[in-house]
Design a protein around this ligand. Sequence first.
Ligand code: XUL
Ligand code: CO
Length: 440
Amino acid sequence: MINKYFTKVEKPISYEGKDSKNPLAFKYYNKSQKVGNKTMAEHLRFSVAFWHTMLGNGADIFGTGGGFTREWRSASDPMQRSKDTMEANFEFLQKCGVDYWCFHDRDIAPEGETFTESCKNLETMVQVAKKFQKETGVKLLWGTQNCFSNPIYSQGAGSSPNAHVMATAIAQVKNAIDATKELGGENHVFWGGREGYESLINTDLKKETEKMARFFQMAVDYKKKIGFKCQFLIEPKPCEPTKHQYDADAATTLYFLKEYGLIDDFKLNIEANHATLAGSTFEHELAVASLAGKLGSVDANRGDLLLGWDTDQFPTDIYDATMAMLVILKQGGLGTGGLNFDAKVRRGSNDPLDLFYAHIGGMDAFAKGLLVAHQMIQDKVLDKFIDERYSSHNSGIGQQIMSGKVTMEDVDKWVRNEKNPVLQSGRQEMLENIINSYIF
Ligand code: XUL
Ligand code: CO
């Protein structure tokens, strides 16, 4: 086991049960514990986000970082710094007992003077990562491209009005897909940070959305051409950084994929904090994606009710985790997807140990959510109630309407012959109490 940067953690974090007072132990996440027919690790498929955990420095838009101690970022040569960071990444993954990681191309390798040089740096770092993956057994949940930090993308990447910029984004994606393939990634993500617009006074909406579709189609064609079997995922997010994002939420993204004939080639990666920024809830976005058979993976984090931006906090809310796990379990799991902690420690949490506490908290919250959701599904507590709530559609006029056997005139006649409808209670408060009783 690598033991260089996180020496305060001498052995991998282990499960000690809910009464343990050890802050460096899992209270609920017991990797090999069976829940139904899968282990917790198989259900949850946790992943560490390289960009936050390895690169985060606590900086905000006003500047200075949080004074984080990050020894792996100290080398002055950029390639050496990247290599050290990769080593720290795998040490952390092993010690945290997380089986997967995720990265952007520009996270793991420095950008060069030219595009070609950037590609070369990426290829070198992919080989470094490959060696660590082999040594540690840690796998790649997904790779992606950073088509949003470089100033050339400030007016869009795949949807840019500038053809040279669009071409650069396409080329960058090609190389990022190659990197994901080389590392055996199970998915490849597209988050369109710059794919959107500020104002219609300088924007051709039709042209931009057609460009987006073309950009995705080329990625699909390339993936097929090289025989790469991974799942493509789009990660919806509204209004940050662009005012009108083309992939603002699950429903918008599903419509876009259908409209442009891309629906069979993509699923969605739903992020909790993006859902709340879209004025929705995590579980609603998960449910919309799942209903369409398109819930592929999850960026597990949370926002802050008082702050209107993407705070990317670690998920610790058991209720949210339970609601998420209900959707995930009901669709039979995430398949090749997983729960990626797209989350960062707070500015004041400047010690590397805080990275462990953060991940332990997130993993325990979802492990507990998994246990609660599984038990509720076993006991059919919500299902029984919901079935009953819709049962008037199982026969009589309800069944006739839904099976298309009656016309509006028939229904009109039926209603005129009946007394007024009697409503049953939705029992929300009773059900909330039941959920709490499973959590307690
Ligand atoms: C941005 C975000 C990204 C994606 C990958 O809000 O969530 O980090 O997850 O590009
Ligand atoms: Co994300």
